[in-house]
Design a protein around this ligand. Structure first.
Ligand code: FES
Ligand SMILES: [Fe+2]
Length: 475
């Protein structure tokens, strides 16, 4: 690996770097966190056209969505034979069916008769019967019955199996692609495919799942979650315990990038506050977040070994509280877990529309789906919880649809009020980013060289697909 060098760089925030925090961790941290992946990127402006143009959305439908791996479902949405999931994206629809042998098939979700969608939602079935005229397929996609078969003699001898797409199962995620030639998902994703291994993802379950339509392009929305530095104005309540400007931004291959933003440290934008302030503020936040309740430092006195002069004192205390709190909550052993893996915000993005955080915290998972015009999208937010030790993995909760006229706070009983507030703050920007981009005189966006490097990287890959440059399968 590239040995981390905790040196100050003129093109980075002058505060403590994330790598320096990792080197001061109370436990060894994995190499894949220490490793920095930067590369020279252009600083040219980005045109607004991809966000606002119906023609660009058409090119995405034609060249992007059919040619990438897409997160279609979590395994725990369809644990038993006959369970189904419908995954709709960009005028396409896929019907996932758990098979008797435990495998998962993904069919084009359209009846071969006159095209009705075979299903419009999840559920358990013994066969796939079209609700229009009753053409019926077995769960494995073979044809079972055509009513009034005498009227379809011309189809005898034809292959009437439901057409399928490729399925890869990875870390409990069901990935699909229509493209027969791109590499298998782990190879397509690259080295980050192995970063998930320590956290037992196949045994995690969807315990919170909400979705909401947003009046902004799917990329406008996704990019609002690719950098931490909007926190200074959009999420000021997080600054007492969020190292926004200390964040690391890494670009790995074409299909993956990440931001890692440390928690439990004072933002470099705040001065004159001590470590007890950090501890207190993060405790308050964690109490209102369904993902972070376990890491509360509940004692009112200073925790054992607390050194108020150590700039990482609160971080170390919160990590220790997490080790003990998560062990109580889930029954697993976290004694080896680094402070970083217990506390930090690993916004891992898998091109183009999928983000699955790593770490020992309940993992945030985002999926962005394009709307029927470039000015709309749907954002889904999940939390994947560890299955408590010795218990069977629970089935995924049903997705809660937040009404268009309601904020994420409408689902605060599921997400926790503090977390819902963060998303509502992002939501307060997004429609105005979408309309503001159309009002820009120049029609161009100017990005930060480092803190917005992920957005530039995302666009580089996107444009490769739009130009038709697809990765080929080895051999
Ligand atoms: S459209 Fe499905 S049976 Fe007619
Ligand atoms: Fe945000």
């Amino acid at each position: 690996m590239n040995k981390p060098e905790p040196v100050r760089r003129a093109d980075r925030c002058p505060a403590m770097s994330y790598t320096e925090m990792l080197l001061a961790d109370t436990r060894p941290v994995p190499d894949f966190l220490l490793e920095e992946w930067t590369r020279p990127m252009s600083t040219e402006p980005i045109p607004v056209d991809p966000y606002v143009s119906p023609e660009f959305a058409r090119l995405e439908r034609e060249r992007l969505w059919p040619n990438v791996w897409l997160f279609a479902a979590r395994e725990e949405e369809l644990p038993d034979p006959g369970d189904t999931v419908v995954f709709d994206i960009a005028d396409r629809s896929f019907l996932l069916v758990r098979q008797e042998d435990g495998s998962i098939r993904a069919f084009y979700n359209a009846c071969l008769h006159r095209g009705r969608k075979l299903r419009t939602g999840p559920g358990a079935v013994s066969q796939l019967r079209c609700p229009f005229h009753g053409f019926t397929w077995n769960a494995d996609g073979t044809l079972k019955e055509i009513p009034c078969a005498w009227d379809f003699r011309h189809l005898e001898g034809r292959d009437l199996r439901l057409p399928e797409v490729r399925v890869n199962r990875w870390e409990g995620f069901v990935m699909i692609t229509e493209n027969p030639d791109i590499p298998e998902f782990p190879e397509w994703l690259g080295p980050a495919a192995t970063h998930y291994a320590p956290y037992d993802f196949p045994n995690r379950y969807t315990g919170v799942w909400v979705k909401k339509r947003i009046a902004a392009n799917w990329k406008t929305t996704a990019e609002a979650f690719m950098e931490a530095w909007h926190s200074i104005t959009t999420h000021p309540q997080l600054l007492p315990f969020l190292g926004d400007a200390n964040s690391r931004y890494d670009l790995i291959g074409d299909h993956f990038n990440r931001a890692i933003t440390p928690s439990g440290v004072l933002s470099p934008h705040i001065t004159g506050r001590d470590q007890r302030f950090v501890l207190q503020k993060m405790n308050e936040f964690s109490g209102g977040s369904s993902m972070a309740e376990g890491r509360r430092q509940t004692a009112s006195d200073d925790p054992p070994g607390f050194d108020p002069d150590d700039p990482l004192a609160a971080r170390k205390a919160l990590a220790e509280a997490s080790r003990q709190g998560f062990a109580r909550q889930y029954g697993h052993d976290y004694s080896h877990a680094s402070d970083a893996e217990l506390l930090d915000n690993f916004t891992y993005n898998i091109f183009p529309n999928f983000s699955a955080w790593i770490g020992y915290l309940p993992n945030l998972v985002y999926r962005w789906l394009p709307g029927d015009t470039p000015d709309w999208c749907t954002m889904e937010i999940r939390l994947l919880f560890p299955t408590p030790k010795g218990q069977p993995r629970p089935r995924a909760v049903e997705c809660t649809v937040i009404p268009d006229d309601q904020p994420f706070g409408w689902a605060a009983d599921r997400m926790g009020a503090a977390l819902a507030q963060v998303f509502d703050q992002d939501l307060a920007n997004l429609p105005h980013v979408q309309t503001g981009m159309k009002a820009l005189k120049s029609g161009r966006l100017e990005l930060g060289a480092y803190q917005e490097s992920r957005i530039r990287h995302f666009h580089e890959t996107l444009m490769k697909y739009i130009r038709g440059e697809l990765p080929a399968r080895a051999g």
